[in-house]
Design a protein around this ligand. Structure first.
Ligand code: GTP
Length: 596
């Protein structure tokens, strides 16, 4: 029997009140009492609270009685940010309905549109909700119209609520029961469940979040993760209400968790299908894919910091976050460190911040770069995660870069500024639509490399904070790119190689060479700084030889002073990295990296 179950999620832009509404739903269904209700129960990572962004999907069950009927409402919390698009899609695949929550003052934003379209693609029943109607300056009628123009929702169906005061929330619960379809699926069929999230508990190991699509799963049962190809026994299963509440079985339509003594989150794949071992297993559910790391950067311990401490910290982090990946890397410039892969820029920031919060390591981060695709002369396709791995120009048949489709929503007065910015970033305009009298949505295809750099910040600053950006991967397209190298006395400095547009290479090469010249201290000999594409040098600067010896002026003088000076020089040297016979300080590298 699944007629009393409703599975739904809330789609909203950051700060439109998703967490507050979730709290109110938990309270008004009697799942938690007001006193128990720590604000925003659903975001349980500290960091999420700091940043105010729901990072990982969570699920909570609300059981209550209405009109003599028992109901079970499962709220699946979806991440709001594009970096976690795949996780969003898996969460949506577990729901039959979505609350589309829009702030009654802010109106529709870019993320809302992207996620609402994703929900429609999954055939979810959309329940439009306008929040914050208690605000004096709320403009619910206009917002309802914007929602109609951008998302096609019926203004008469919009439910108006205040998540803060609770006004309208009862009507919303009724609407969920009435409009969101009950799940289908035969409880006596072969077990088939979707893994839509996981987290790691120090005592219990991996906790796997599932939605049972068909069949029934019981405590003690043997199960199989079909994609990962691993069998396990269920030690505990249950639901979150919102604390873990163990039970004996979960059946078709229900949402809950499984614990099976799995020691690493790397073994639990989001999007995987849980069934029974053996030939009688159900079919794997569609839509599974491995996490795609789109942004890479190098992380190095800064001077005097321990490499193995950093390794330990990264390992700890990877246990909790299977979409983050790292491998050791050696750089002439920065020593021993790691090349790390992330889902996107926000993911990168989160990981870095966690590393700094959870360990005492001072990090040096190299400029982020995206994953390129190169077809070489032998017809092989290579995925390139770092610029120094780009083959020499003679060996490249085709150089391809990732392109993303960006939706930018802006007040009308800023359209010109945003168009100019997107064109500068090599964007190709796809469409322009007005959402209401004052706001428009611009759609551009832009190379991801241009987006990861600082497009979001730039859009915020040229729209006084009102513009919002969202993007999704379109695919790889050929482009006229090249690897730009920096040579110091003829030797390539790996950390300074970048991939850039050929048309940009001259300007960039000259700028880096100039900057590096300022940063490199004088040596006993002349130092040549060159920028090159393959074997073709496109810029050159020279650091002249030093004329004086630091101790020369102490000649015949006080020996202690001389020692002090030599000591000082030695300390200075510790922080130097040698490129061939040229020594360059880490500070010099960082100056150049942060400029380019
Ligand atoms: P993220 O977790 O960052 O995605 O944000 P969110 O969408 O969960 O928003 P959250 O619930 O944290 O609310 C954002 C802010 O809006 C908070 O300061 C809330 O107190 C406030 N807020 C939420 N709902 C209402 C409402 O109905 N009325 C008013 N006046 N404020 C509200």
């Amino acid at each position: 029997m699944t007629t009393h179950i409703r599975n739904f999620c809330i789609i909203a832009h950051i700060d439109h009140g998703k967490s507050t509404l979730a709290d109110r739903l938990l309270e008004q269904t009697g799942t938690v009492s007001n006193r128990e209700l720590k604000t925003q129960m659903l975001d349980d990572l500290d960091l999420e609270r700091q940043r105010g962004i729901t990072i990982k999907a969570r699920a909570v069950v609300m059981k209550f009685k209405r009109g003599g009927q028992n109901y079970e409402l499962n709220l699946i919390d979806t991440p709001g940010h594009v970096d976690f698009q795949y996780e969003v899609s898996r969460s949506l695949a577990c729901c039959e309905g979505a609350l589309l929550l829009v702030d009654a003052f802010q109106g529709v934003e870019a993320q809302t549109v992207a996620n609402a379209f994703a929900a429609m693609e999954h055939d979810l029943k959309i329940v439009p909700v306008i929040n914050k109607i208690d605000l004096d300056y709320a403009r619910p009628d206009e917002v309802a119209e914007e929602m109609m123009n951008s998302l096609g929702t019926d203004p008469d169906e919009c439910i108006r609520v205040s998540a803060k005061t609770g006004q309208g929330v009862e009507a919303l619960i009724d609407a969920i029961i009435e409009h969101v379809p009950a799940p289908t699926g035969d409880p006596s069929a072969v077990l088939q469940a979707m893994v839509f999230d996981s987290n790691y508990d120090d005592y219990r190991g991996a906790i796997t979040y599932v939605r049972i699509m068909q069949g029934t799963v019981r405590k003690g049962q043997k199960i199989r993760f079909l994609r990962a190809g691993a069998n396990h026994e269920i030690v505990e299963l249950g639901q979150f209400a919102p604390a873990r509440q163990p039970c004996e079985e979960l059946h078709a339509g229900q949402v809950g968790y499984l614990i099976c003594n799995i020691k690493s989150l790397g073994d639990v794949h989001i999007g995987d299908t849980v069934s029974i071992p053996g030939d009688a297993a159900a079919k794997p559910l569609p839509g599974y894919s491995r996490p795609k790391r789109m942004v890479y950067c190098g992380l190095f311990p800064s001077d005097g910091q321990n490499f193995s401490d950093l390794r330990e910290a990264l390992e700890r982090l990877a246990i909790n976050d299977p979409s983050f990946e790292f491998e050791p890397e050696t750089s002439d410039a920065l020593g021993f460190g790691f090349r790390c892969g992330f889902l996107g820029l926000l993911h990168m920031e989160i990981v870095q911040q966690r590393l700094e919060n959870e360990s005492d390591i001072d990090l040096v981060q190299t400029a982020p770069n995206v994953t390129y695709e190169i077809v070489n002369k032998r017809g092989e396709t290579l995925m390139i995660h770092k610029p120094q791995d780009v083959p020499d120009p003679g060996d490249i048949e085709e150089f391809r870069q990732p392109i993303v489709r960006c939706n930018v929503i802006v007040p009308g007065e800023f359209i010109g500024a945003v168009m100019k910015l997107c064109q500068e970033r090599r964007g190709i305009q796809k469409s322009q639509e007005y959402l209401g009298a004052q706001r428009a949505m611009l759609t551009y295809d832009i190379p991801l490399a241009e987006v990861v750099y600082d497009l979001h910040d730039k859009i915020k600053s040229c729209t006084r904070g009102y513009g919002t950006l969202d993007y999704e991967m379109v695919g790889y397209e050929p482009a006229d790119l090249c690897r730009l190298d920096i040579l110091v006395n003829g030797k390539r400095v790996d950390a300074l190689s970048v991939v850039c547009n050929r048309a940009d290479a001259d300007r960039r090469g000259r700028a880096v060479a100039k900057r590096l010249k300022q940063e490199i201290e004088r040596h006993m000999f002349e130092v040549a700084v060159q920028a090159a594409i393959g074997s073709r040098v496109i810029a050159r600067e020279t650091v002249p030889a030093m004329r004086k010896n630091v101790t020369a002026k102490c000649y015949g003088g006080d020996i202690t002073r001389k020692r002090k000076l030599l000591q000082k020089q030695k300390e200075g040297k510790k922080r130097m990295k040698a490129i061939g016979n040229v020594e360059i300080s880490q500070k010099a590298f960082m100056a150049v990296l942060s400029d380019s």
